[in-house]
Design a protein around this ligand. Sequence first.
Ligand SMILES: *Cc1c(COP(=O)(O)O)cnc(C)c1O
Length: 428
Amino acid sequence: MNIDAIYKHLNESWNIDSILIKKAKEADIRCDEYFKEIEGNEFLHQLNVLSIFQKHGLSEYHFAPSTGYGLNDPGRDIIDDIMADIFGYESALTRWQIVSGTHAITCALFGILRPGDLLLSITGPPYDTLQTVINKGKGALTEFNISFSTVNLNEKNSFDYKEIEKSLKLKPKLIFIQRSCGYSWRKAISSEELSECCLFIKKHSPETIILLDNCYCEFVDLKKPAELGIDITAGSFIKNPGGGIIPCGGYLAGKKELIELCASRMTAPGILGKQGATLGMNRIILQGIFIAPHTVSEALKGSVWSAYILESMGYEVFPSWNERRYDIIQAVKLNNPKALKTFCQGIQNSGPVDSKAKLEASRLPGYSDPVIMAGGTFIQGSSIELSADAPVRPPYIAYLQGGLTFGHVKIGILNALNLLIKEGKENK
Ligand SMILES: *Cc1c(COP(=O)(O)O)cnc(C)c1O
């Protein structure tokens, strides 16, 4: 079907405002060169993932479920080997039992740090849910006499080398870098910035270990975390690397001795990664990893397209539609709580699941402000599926991300903007 006819249909049968239809057509054309670039990267990622699956000799018997202790589970082992390779490392710990990204990162923090050690974040305050892990929650790191300090990003939202150098004199055991923007108004950290920073850290404090919070960044840029000088990285399977297929879990990938420390914490010292029944999860985990480059590519196209249309409707966004991307997140400033809620409601109404749900901001474990979350996802809380969430605080920014298909992101953003336009007209 001709695209003009589809837009006509959206206008006439879905009541999408004509101004949005005009902008959508414009976005299709203007964004095309960026889509080509994204598709090129997807192809390379797909080639890489495929060759890694083949190199490790993935075979049907790896899909067999294990129960109980899960001893001798070759499928679990090959998933670890594949994930290690994807990120350029010798080891990985990939488990459905890791409940979230926060849990994966927590395994790294508690696995590596010891009483008396210093943890240093050099990308400002870490993601909301990690603050309880570090110093605000029961059983937090600080209760174990582990100290924590922060260096903020500079005014250009890049590394503040002067301050980092000062802090490195304290010989931090572990440096924490959050690559994606999380819930803050900044760009994701580029590969160039990351590799420069890792060199700087190792030059001034060679013993310091570098941990990368890789959430939302997997399969976006072509450089592997290991190539950038990162020692260990972690993420969630209900974001990029799960491809929208893996129903739960997380991963850690890094140097062998570090992954062992994390495994000691995730299971128990001595047991490490050698136990953990997979209950038939292996196939779906592998399938998700395999499809992840494509899913991420669809989500990225959605972000670029959304940024274009939001900008042309006068909203402030981050990053801009034509900026280079290192994560899948598209932030948009809505400026007031009502518009924020309406925007998220429009995304919720566009989901394949619970599209009729009425959104309310609510308090969530680990978050300091009430959060509005628009999901409508197959997998609960999955943010590689089209979703928008926002801590309700000025300047009322919505963080839009994911999309199993580019088409779905288009529909979602058109619906959300349409709802805002409708609301604007009613309020006149
Ligand atoms: C999602 C995310 C996490 C972990 O969050 P979970 O909801 O626990 O998976 C950590 N850091 C960043 C930057 C994230 O985006």
